[in-house]
Design a protein around this ligand. Sequence first.
Ligand code: ATP
Length: 227
Amino acid sequence: MSETIVRLDQASIFQKDNLILQDVNVEMRQGEFVYLIGKTGSGKSSFMKTLYADIPLQEGTGQVAGFDLEKLPESDIPFLRRKLGVVFQDFKLLPDRNIDQNLRFVLKATGWKDKEKMDARIKEVLEKVAMDTKDFKFPHELSGGEQQRVAIARALLNDPELIIADEPTGNLDPQTSVEVMKVLQEIHQSGRSILMATHDYALILKFPAKTLKCDEGKVFEVVQKSV
Ligand SMILES: Nc1ncnc2c1ncn2[C@@H]1O[C@H](COP(=O)(O)OP(=O)(O)OP(=O)(O)O)[C@@H](O)[C@H]1O
């Protein structure tokens, strides 16, 4: 039986003093692909931020990749984050460095030292997203889809158990969205768990998967047809 990668029990999620989601009970198994949907402001990003410990879990219990969220010391947050790959709508590449330097920056920040090993890892993740021939380019020299593929490669650097993607296709046209989605599907097929927030129902219909919805302060699973 597969193991649990995410579990929230009786969790309440706050932004400052505002209760955003309450009584959240969610389980995600290792290797699952799960969508998170819901209208603007319904709490998708807040839910994801809780999982990567950008928002502390104040009520209820939660586990992500073996870490307990409700009693996670500040000093453990980098170790949790190393088990996660986070991808954002706006890519968040460093504009003043080329692609190779963007990825190397993350490796160095997470303790890598050996240059040859870093070279090999950067090549490996860029090959996975078909961007290995463009490692000398700067972010502004790439299309949105290419930048997002690099951001996905960056998320893969430390071989994460879970990828958290917050509207990764939100800034892309439909065709490019499908291309980026195919990259995420390949990564999923190689055994990784992926949680992806999206507003793009066409994408969900094209690539069906378990779907959670944030609505009126709750998170619940919806069946594909009623999406
Ligand atoms: N840093 C913050 N401080 C206070 N309130 C916040 C903060 N960030 C978000 N919120 C509030 O939390 C609620 C949920 O926002 P959240 O960003 O989680 O929604 P979302 O579903 O991800 O929306 P979107 O689809 O627009 O990204 C909103 O009411 C928002 O105003």
